[in-house]
Design a protein around this ligand. Structure first.
Ligand SMILES: NC(=O)c1ccc[n+]([C@@H]2O[C@H](COP(=O)([O-])OP(=O)(O)OC[C@H]3O[C@@H](n4cnc5c(N)ncnc54)[C@H](O)[C@@H]3O)[C@@H](O)[C@H]2O)c1
Length: 351
């Protein structure tokens, strides 16, 4: 049987353990998987582009377990009251190919993305960082705010979005965390001024320049989350040229990240080298660092592992019959005979 975890199950699990603990534990799972990088079968995700957005498949395996995520990115979906990003995924047994878990991954992606951002920032942001700006206050933003509050002791947030209602929503949702001060800024420039960390998490299918070089101060860490697709960026190219740039999986980020604007040999550091202690994160207090986040399949593998462990610990979810179990495995056809035919409802009414 396959364990099925829907949105309500995941929401209940995160509410039960508490969202801050869930982010921290998720980060531990992600870090553990980055620390065994060589065991994973890695490839850039497969992307199907259309005029309005993209649908992507993100597979990986560690020789024991296989996972994939189906995820979209449709910046105009809000106009139809649909999410910009939604996802679901599967964890399977490599040896039999059978699926162990089928799970929602929309809420889970928000948690995993924020957990990854904070995990990376732990080795890149200055240790005394206490102020973060968040540009883009949509679906991902609360999770980003709480991850940095929990894992980096961020105490002050300056928030900006071109949609003021989105910023008001973010401030309202964070009111439950009184030791995190939230200040509404009048512009991206105002939000960024004096911030130690700047998170950009906007959605626009364009070469946007949310941050320009004159906004950047020495020692800043930039957590660039929203530029994650060809033709979709957030940072002015000069910011990247003057920074230490950290990426997840270089071949994928060259295609999708903000560095798509730069020449193919622009030097970047893959995060696993920092996790494994091969390379330092931040090299000095004045350095500007950028995490050019696009989201990598390994993080979804970790997410699915975490959701499965949480679900088993709390005995939540539904065991579903996703794969046939014929008595004779060479006789799949017999399953048709075992099922009563569906009686059309119109006929049922007549009889
Ligand atoms: N790197 C990753 O792993 C990862 C994971 C999830 C989502 N994302 C990306 O993050 C982005 C945000 O996702 P979301 O689910 O929060 O989307 P969302 O649509 O809910 O929110 C995006 C917000 O950005 C705002 N915005 C757009 N242009 C802006 C600008 N110029 N200045 C300020 N604000 C602006 C919008 O008004 C909106 O409130 C998307 O682009 C998505 O693809 C990346």
């Amino acid at each position: 049987m396959t364990l099925f975890i829907d949105v309500d199950h995941v929401a209940r699990l995160f509410a039960t353990v508490g969202i801050r603990r869930a982010i921290r534990e998720m980060a531990d799972y992600i870090e553990a998987d980055y620390s065994r990088w060589a065991q994973f079968d890695k490839s850039p995700r497969t992307a199907n582009h259309s005029a309005k957005g993209v649908i992507e498949l993100m597979p990986t395996d560690d020789g024991q377990r296989y996972s994939f995520k189906y995820v979209n990115g449709h910046p105009d979906n809000g106009q139809s009251n649909l999410l910009t990003v939604m996802a679901f995924g599967v964890l399977a047994d490599v040896h039999s190919g059978y699926p162990t878990l089928l799970s929602e991954l929309t809420l889970t992606t928000a948690v995993r993305t924020a957990a990854t951002s904070a995990l990376v920032a732990k080795s890149l942001a200055r240790p005394d960082a206490r102020i973060m700006a968040i540009i883009g206050n949509g679906a991902q933003s609360e999770f980003q705010a709480l991850a940095f509050h929990e894992m980096l002791s961020i105490k002050e947030l300056r928030i900006f979005d071109i949609d003021r209602d989105a910023s008001l929503k973010l401030k309202r949702n964070l009111a439950a965390f009184p030791d995190l001060e939230v200040i509404l800024a009048g512009s991206a420039q105002e939000a960024v001024k004096g911030a130690d960390i700047v998170t950009t998490v906007t959605a626009d299918k364009a070469y946007a320049t949310i941050l320009t070089p004159e906004m950047i101060e020495p020692g800043m860490h930039i957590n660039a989350v929203g530029g994650d697709c060809p033709g979709k960026t957030e940072l002015h190219a000069e910011i990247l040229r003057n920074a230490r740039v950290i990426v997840e999986f270089e071949p994928q980020t060259r295609i999708e990240g903000d560095i798509q604007q730069l020449e193919a040999d622009f030097p970047v550091v893959e995060f696993f080298r920092i996790v494994q202690g091969e390379i330092k994160g931040r090299e000095n207090d004045a350095q500007v660092t950028v995490f050019d986040s696009v989201g990598f399949a390994l993080e979804d593998f970790s997410s699915l592992r975490y959701v499965l462990d949480l679900a088993q610990e709390h005995a939540i979810g539904e065991h579903i019959h996703l794969v046939p179990r014929p008595a004779n495995i060479k006789d799949l056809y017999q399953i048709l005979d075992q099922q009563p035919a569906i009686v059309p409802s119109r006929l049922r009414t007549v009889s």
